[in-house]
Design a protein around this ligand. Sequence first.
Ligand code: PEP
Ligand code: MN
Length: 355
Amino acid sequence: MIIVIRSSANSEERGHLMTLLCRVSGSQRPIAATRINGREVIALDGSILDAQIRSTISQQKAVERIVPIKTAYKLASRAFKETDSAVVVGDALGARPVVIGDATPIIIAGPCAVENREQLLTTAHAVKAAGAQVLRGGAFKPRTSPSQFQGLGVEGLHLLDEARKETGLPIITEVMEPELVETVAQYADILQIGSRNMQNFPLLRAAGKNSPGRPVMLKRGLTATIEEWLLAAEYIMAAGNPNVILCERGIRSFDPNTRNLLDLSCVPLLHELTHLPIIVDPSHATGRRELVPTMSRASIAAGAHGLILEVHPDPNSALCDGRQSITPEQLQAIVHETTLIAQIVGGKRQFSYAA
Ligand code: PEP
Ligand code: MN
């Protein structure tokens, strides 16, 4: 269930409610309210509460109403919020703001990893010229082997900051540790939580609590079901940050011909289940740059709100994920084609879940 807090509730009334909720839910942590649709709300698993307790909660002065929600994820559910959530990106740190989640698809592009100043700034200018609206670049890299390039760390964040100042593009970069959320949020317009960390619950909570409302792009785990993914989003939202963007990046399959299996059917399905914006990552999904343009077009046709693409000025010399990286010229063609496709399917996307 979702508890909607009365906007006129005073701190004493709220205090009573929070104490009651902690007691009945057995929570050892303070319960946080999240602002959605201009209202403060708290999600609770109502199935563990008996009718008497539910009624006591609803009679609290701080409570305006209770909305029963059947699904395990609540704040993320379409049942709770019928209208699409659009997330404003880039307004906090001086970039040119963009909206993710409305009819215009957003293209996020840049290198897998920030390698050095020249590589990042060259790529940043090139992706901007090609029509991308947000710059990606990993400073902290989750690599399968500890002997692979791990990223430049905080130095990479400084270079991303410089790239934002030069181009005006908002920045997205990955955060891997709960302790680093505040640091990364000082530089990043969007925090990325990678596939390998989709169920790192302390990290999800920290991204919800310590990232001053900075949008968080949550990538689907390598073998995560859609429900597990939405519940991971719910962790971030329940900790206080409603600005979550989902990113489908392919799931593990049996066939080594592609790096992962792009689950495009999740896009229209998510439109039905959730109000959160949905981005697709055809780079990690396919692992092969020759497949990226086709799957980019398909993703927008399926109703994605945008794409995240790995771009490198010289893909064959990239320190990370060169095989799936495209050139700025290829990016420009994708921007052009997906803009045309979005004009055809844009209106339909709004209605697909209502059918
Ligand atoms: C990345 O975006 O470079 C990355 C590591 O992504 P994923 O978590 O999807 O593997
Ligand atoms: Mn990568």
